[in-house]
Design a protein around this ligand. Structure first.
Ligand code: PHE
Length: 536
């Protein structure tokens, strides 16, 4: 329907260059101009779809029009009450006159009552004994004709007086209507091309995109109703791991700074300035701003010295220290950069700084659990300011990697750090066994590895029953004195840590083989919603 009206509008514009009043259009299939309320509504639909393609422009005009009431509509099709009364009566001498009781039976109470009076007034019927008969052989049912005209045109050519009368008789009501003036738009054409909704490779290579018409965005569109929500698998697994840490008495580290300096991401961790991880192909550097303000001067000096010349029992790297390398801003490549910040704060009292700096209110959760550990060890006589801590974080890191099915340039790391006096490698291994078993991983193995900031370092392997093999799940170690002592930790304090990815365990758990179905614009919302793991 709308398409044939659209075509009519375009053809009329082509012939007359404008349409002064859309009520003059004769809609295909109709015999009279589109003056009715409903006809103009249909015209409006067609106008809007042509407007969205810039084929036309139009102006709206308001008008009062009339529509039939239910009773009016019945009269328009079946005739007026008086006409119906007249039609059931015989002409005089041609049949038995109809009694009022018979008439009621024949046409119904209402029609008999209203129709009789009017028919008498019109001179259409008369009395014959106790009954009624026709007085004329033919009638002109003007009410029916008038209502038919209103139905088709929204008004009456005979004028306002009769309209007012029909209104009074509740056969018609007034309604605000619209009509339109139409002109050609910037993309006017007489043929309606289906507008493109997508830019395809074919359109780009053939060049047809230049001449195609495009469907406009409809910002008012309501969108498809969603059937319900579900936590993204990564968020879900993150919550699970978070609660394992909290259960074990860990406090959460603030990790909101994605941007770090070379100093905090590498130097403070005793990563040599020439280390390959610091190169452009592994790390994203910032161009603006490109450099950080220097950290605390004394600490900076201790760090640069342990790198260049050694100290704390270490020979250092014996390579020239470059302040430039240290101040470069970058996207953190591991959350151990945040751990370094927190450990430096934790050592504040050991450095003789004010307590506030290192206060555990920095930790967003689990402070109480940390304090209980403090009490156990707090009885030591000579207070060197050290307080044990168990910290964790789960947040995003960035690496300039070639992306494939299992690697993205940004991903999440889970990291745990424990600081206490006289910790041993056995404590680290014990912690990780408990941690992984809470994650449902009972079989873990450790393999010696190398990290610039930990010694010894251990890679963590877990047995994967589905893959039926050992897979690497994390990395860990005891932080080096070259990292801890410049921060101010007393000699007997040991800090160990471990880190693992969040994506890999999530993919295994959800049976996802391509990381892009988990993260990024190709994530299948349906897949997430339908995943049984999301329901719990
Ligand atoms: N930062 C290490 C990584 O990115 C993980 C780790 C954290 C290792 C803490 C040892 C100690 O893989």
């Amino acid at each position: 329907m709308s398409e044939s009206i659209q075509q009519l509008i375009l053809d009329t514009l082509e012939a007359h260059s404008s349409i002064a009043d859309t009520r003059s259009l004769v809609i295909p299939g109709d015999s009279h101009p589109a003056t009715s309320h409903d006809a103009q509504l249909a015209v409006l639909g067609a106008l809007n779809s042509l407007l969205s393609r810039e084929m036309i422009i139009y102006e709206t005009h308001e008008v009062i029009s009339h529509v039939l009431t239910a009773e009016g509509a019945q009269i328009a099709t079946e005739g007026s009450h008086e006409a119906r009364v007249w039609s059931v009566l015989p002409l005089p001498g041609q049949g038995t006159p109809v009694t009022p009781a018979q008439l009621k039976k024949e046409v119904g109470d209402e029609t008999a009552k209203v129709g009789q009076g009017r028919a008498f007034k019109n001179g259409w019927i008369g009395k014959d004994g106790d009954g009624l008969v026709k007085k004329v052989a033919e009638i002109n049912d003007t009410t029916q004709l008038e209502l038919k005209e209103v139905q088709e045109t929204g008004t009456l050519s005979t004028g306002e007086k009769i309209l007012a009368d029909l209104r009074k008789r509740k056969l018609i009501t007034q309604k605000k209507g619209q009509w339109f003036t139409v002109k050609k738009g910037s993309s006017f054409s007489t043929s309606i091309a289906k507008p493109e909704t997508d830019l395809t490779v074919e359109m780009l290579t053939s060049g047809s995109w230049k001449t195609s018409t495009y469907k406009k965005y409809n910002f008012e569109a309501e969108g498809i109703p969603t059937s319900g929500g579900g936590l993204h698998p990564l968020l879900k697994v993150r919550e699970e791991i978070r609660s394992i840490f909290l259960e074990m008495g860990f406090a959460e580290m603030p990790t909101q700074s994605f941007v770090e300096s070379g100093f905090w991401c590498f130097d403070a961790l005793f990563v040599p300035q020439q280390h390959p991880a610091r190169e452009l192909q592994d790390t994203f550097y910032l161009s603006d701003p490109s450099h950080a303000l220097p950290p605390d001067e004394a600490y900076y000096k201790r760090v640069s010295t342990v790198h260049e010349k050694g100290g704390y029992g270490s020979t250092g790297y014996r390579a020239p220290w470059q302040p430039e390398e240290s101040s470069k801003l970058l996207l953190r490549t591991h959350t151990t950069a945040s751990s370094a910040h927190m450990l430096y704060k934790l050592a504040a009292k050991c450095r003789g700084e004010a307590e506030g700096e290192s206060d555990s209110n920095e930790f967003t959760h689990g402070g109480a659990a940390t304090n209980s550990t403090n009490e156990q060890l707090g009885s030591k006589g000579d207070d060197d300011g050290f307080r044990p801590a168990k910290l964790f974080s789960i947040d995003r890191v960035f690496r300039n990697e070639t992306m494939d099915a299992t690697h993205l340039a940004e991903f999440h790391q889970v990291e745990g750090v424990v600081a206490d006096r006289d910790l041993t490698l056995a404590d680290l291994i014990g912690f990780m066994r408990v941690f992984f078993s809470k994650m449902g991983i009972e079989q873990v193995r450790f393999k010696p590895a190398y990290n610039p900031y930990t010694e010894p370092s251990l890679e963590i392997f877990a047995f994967h029953p589905m893959l039926n093999k050992w897979v690497e799940v994390g990395n860990s170690g005891m932080f080096r004195p070259e990292m801890l002592e410049p921060m101010g930790f007393p000699k007997g304090v040991r800090v160990h840590g471990w880190g693992l990815g969040l994506e890999r365990p999530t993919m295994i758990r959800y049976g996802i083989s391509n990381i892009r179905t988990l993260v990024g614009h190709k994530t299948s919302i349906e897949g997430v919603e339908n995943s049984p793991a999301v329901m719990f």
